[in-house]
Design a protein around this ligand. Structure first.
Ligand SMILES: [Zn+2]
Length: 828
């Protein structure tokens, strides 16, 4: 598939200006395809010149340029050349397009609960030509007039304000100038809740089978929406620009959400079924606030090219946490940032795929997609926090206001942003930006203590820059020492050198735990001193500051990947400290999501005991915390995933004797029955019994995962075929098959599939989109087979021609495997 080169985009933008799109979509022509008519008005700076239009149709019926027919056969790949342009031009393309099943393009899904169909457009990053012919690049922004024909009982929502003009006929009002990747249409028998805020009509929408949950949860979603709107409007000094504000919770969505102006799409797992906690609501609220910030960063001012995607994502990421902590009930939002988001970015720093926050090359659109990772989001947001610590919040806000005012409805670059910040702060930020934004990698920080008996005689903070990308980053941070659950010493520092004295620590009592970056303000690998590391099992949970505990948990997990911490010590810390962790956010993230690298770095003979220990820790929390509390709910979910207590699992799978608060919770039943299957104690009849009670989209997917988990050769053969065959399954179904397939306790059975992974998954690039395939290639990687043979197979695959998505996934997983092998060599 052709991916637009940056040089081609530059040449096209130099030649043409798009003045408007008229797009008509007919969604009432069957379940496989739809009809698309795109009429584009554009001007050309060099009459007589040529350019090209992007179109990825199933069948092109006609192409008309300035009244002259172009043969549909002239389309090559995804392009058609437009010759002999006039000053003002009109091109019209009529085509039949195909609905997608991988969440990219115009995705169509069927809800098994009631058989109803739902459609949504996700045109990011370069899927717009699969929906309408266009000049698909972010800097050719233009207003859109969209009309839609749809079945009579459908609702149509899009970027412009929707009006139903006749049964099944919808008109969306003319938009402000939009980049192609922001255009969306959502259509189907959606259930809706409406509201209004400061003259803006608000809507939240979800599948009809989620209507009860939507009505129950919409007030909270709308409350955060309004808080974020007010906060952004006030801070940015530029009003919200895109008319009605709709939030559509759509099925089988690849990302968390997408910031389509006026019509944000979210994954519909955010409309919670069954039991959920404050944490789940925090995560959803974070995404709501993130997308609202994009209405300014990204939508009103758009990146000129994909190398500046951090301008969108780092800001939205930063703003979401700022808004949540300052303007909503979620004061703990920065704790969540540390333990969920930064850990994601730190994991990327361990791989060869890491890259600078800004200015990654992005020679074409396809490779740019690979940089939507923890660096562009979490590291970028952390760097913004360092920028604010460096220039002050007033200068930062003044810079943002100037930047938005100057580039509204247009495009901007890194240089534009930096210039605005330099003007607002009156400082030269060139060296700062080079170090923090244009250089990849992170520093390692540690504290060197000189003790005199039980008092500190001298203390310095050490900063070590990676050899691969040397630079001098200034860090603003604090160092805090704890003893007996109290802060006993602290110092606020700016690190400019390899060693920086910490005079405020001198004379203080020797701490039990000494935490560099205790406020979690900077971005670095924290190398704990030996005494602190040794004290973690006993004392970690007594540290009173959640941000410091986040840094300690992170240092442990990071340390396992860096092969500086024995995974057995990390596990011992988990067993002793985790059950007493005071923060729900940290309890959940550490308990359920972060110990993968630790498990991978243990011998097979150790892993069964580790799973039993984790189940015991979960049971301890369940026994100690109040029944029905969110902590007990987190613990129950971990217990269902890890316990070997077959009687308990049988009860829970049947919905019997479940912990308070989890009555009627389908997810718990699925976890329990899947665990039974993994243990060889459950089969198809048990899966069917749970499934009969949950004939929903998520029920269907959970059934696939449970079946793929069975410890039999036949089940694995079936699951692998379902996973890798082009048979119309959605990307979500494949992801669930993959997440059930690999089980550490089933290594013998799984051995042959390492080779098959490296043959079958790359071959899927022909029919699965890059975005979906990158996720799948990660999930389907043979990670329980930690061996040099798997590493060699990965190396052999990497020597072949792979698409960017598969290559990125294999590079990252291979690096995770290599870290585990090095750890085994050092510690096992
Ligand atoms: Zn975003």
């Amino acid at each position: 598939m052709t991916s637009l080169l940056r040089t081609e985009a530059q040449a096209r933008a130099a030649l043409v200006d798009v003045t408007g799109y008229r797009v008509h979509l007919d969604l009432d022509t069957g379940e496989e395809t739809f009809e698309s008519t795109s009429t584009i008005s554009f001007t050309c700076r060099e009459p007589g010149a040529s350019t090209f239009l992007d179109v990825a149709a199933t069948t092109v019926h006609s192409i008309t340029l300035n009244g002259n027919e172009i043969q549909p056969s002239a389309v090559e790949g995804r392009r058609v050349v437009l010759d002999d342009l006039a000053v003002s031009n009109t091109v019209e393309v009529r085509a039949t397009m195909t609905y997608s099943r991988d969440g990219q393009g115009l995705h169509r899904a069927v809800d098994p609960t009631d058989g109803r169909h739902y459609v949504y457009g996700h045109l990011f990053l370069d899927a717009a030509p699969t929906v309408f012919a266009c000049f698909d690049q972010p800097d050719l922004k233009a207003p859109y007039d969209v009309t839609v024909r749809a079945p009579h009982d459908w609702t149509v929502i899009g970027n412009g304000d929707p009006t139903r003009t006749a049964p099944g006929e919808w008109t969306l009002s003319t938009t402000r100038p939009l980049a192609t990747y922001f255009v969306t249409v959502c259509a189907g028998p959606y259930a809706s809740v409406h509201d209004e805020h400061r003259g803006v009509r608000l809507g939240v929408h979800a599948r009809r089978s989620l209507a009860t949950e939507l009505r129950e949860q919409a007030p909270q979603i709308l409350e955060v929406t309004k808080a974020a709107y007010d906060y952004d409007d006030e801070l940015f000094g530029v009003p919200y620009a895109f008319g009605e504000y709709h939030q559509v919770f759509v099925p089988e969505f690849n990302a968390g959400a997408m910031e389509n102006p006026g019509c944000v799409t979210f994954r519909d797992q955010y409309v919670f079924r069954g039991a959920y906690t404050r944490n789940d609501v925090l995560t959803r609220s974070n995404t709501v606030a993130h997308e609202m910030a994009h209405m300014w960063f990204g939508d009103l001012v758009t990146l000129r090219w994909w190398d500046d995607l951090w301008l969108n994502e780092s800001f939205a990421e930063y703003m979401a946490h700022r808004i949540l902590s300052e303007a909503t009930e979620f004061a703990e939002a920065w704790v969540d940032f540390g333990i969920v988001r930064k850990i994601w970015g730190y994991a990327v720093e361990h791989t060869p795929s890491t890259h600078p926050v800004a200015g990654s090359e992005a020679v074409d659109a396809g490779s740019a997609l690979m940089n939507f990772d923890g660096i562009s989001y979490a590291k970028g947001a952390s760097v913004l926090r360092q920028l604010i610590a460096f220039i002050g919040d007033d200068a930062f806000v003044a810079g943002i206001r100037a930047y938005l005012a100057e580039h509204r409805d247009a495009n901007a670059t890194f240089a534009d942003f930096l210039a605005a910040m330099e003007r607002a702060s009156g400082r030269d930020l060139g060296a700062w930006a080079d170090a923090w934004l244009r250089t990849s990698g992170r520093d390692t920080l540690g504290v060197e203590l000189d003790l005199d008996g039980d008092h500190v005689r001298g203390a310095s903070v050490m900063r070590r820059t990676p050899d691969a990308a040397p630079t001098s980053r200034a860090h603003r941070l604090d160092v805090v020492g704890y003893r007996g659950g109290q802060r006993v010493v602290e110092d606020d520092l700016t690190l400019l050198e390899a060693m920086t004295p910490a005079p405020a620590l001198v004379g203080a009592p020797a701490p039990e735990l000494l935490v560099p970056n205790a406020g979690d303000l900077t971005w670095a690998l924290v190398d704990l001193d030996d005494a602190t590391l040794a004290a973690l099992p006993e004392h970690l949970s007594s540290v009173p500051d959640a941000s410091a505990r986040v840094v300690l948990w992170t240092a442990l997990i990071d340390g396992v990947r860096s092969v500086t911490v024995d995974p057995r010590h990390a596990h011992r810390t988990f067993v002793q400290a985790w059950p007493h962790e005071p923060s729900l956010t940290v309890l959940e993230a550490v308990g359920r999501h972060l110990f993968g690298p630790v498990t991978a770095a243990l011998l097979p003979s150790e892993q069964a005991q580790v799973v039993r220990d984790r189940a015991a820790a979960a049971q301890a929390v369940l026994d100690a915390r109040p029944a029905g509390s969110p902590e007990s709910l987190v613990a129950a979910r971990l217990l269902a995933d890890t316990t070997c207590d077959v009687a308990l699992l049988r009860d829970w799978a049947a919905g019997r004797r479940v912990p308070a608060g989890l009555e009627g919770d389908d997810e718990l039943r699925w976890s329990a029955v899947t665990r039974l299957v993994v243990l060889g104690e459950g089969g198809d009849a048990d899966i069917d019994a749970v499934h009969d009670n949950d004939r929903t989209m998520s029920g269907d997917r959970n059934a696939l995962r449970a079946k793929a988990s069975a410890p039999t050769a036949a089940a694995k053969e079936w699951a692998w075929a379902e996973l890798t065959r082009d048979d119309g399954r959605s990307h979500y179904e494949r992801n669930f098959l993959a997440s059930g397939f690999w089980r550490v306790s089933q290594r013998d059975l799984l051995e042959p599939y390492a080779e098959r992974y490296f043959a079958d998954v790359p071959a899927m690039a022909g029919w699965v989109g890059q975005d979906a395939l990158q996720r799948l290639a990660g999930l389907a990687f043979p990670w329980p087979l930690v061996s040099t043979a798997t590493r060699d197979a990965a190396d052999a695959a990497l020597a072949q021609d792979l698409t960017p998505a598969v290559r990125r996934a294999v590079v990252d997983e291979r690096s995770r495997l290599d870290d585990a092998l090095r750890s085994l060599e050092k510690y096992a």
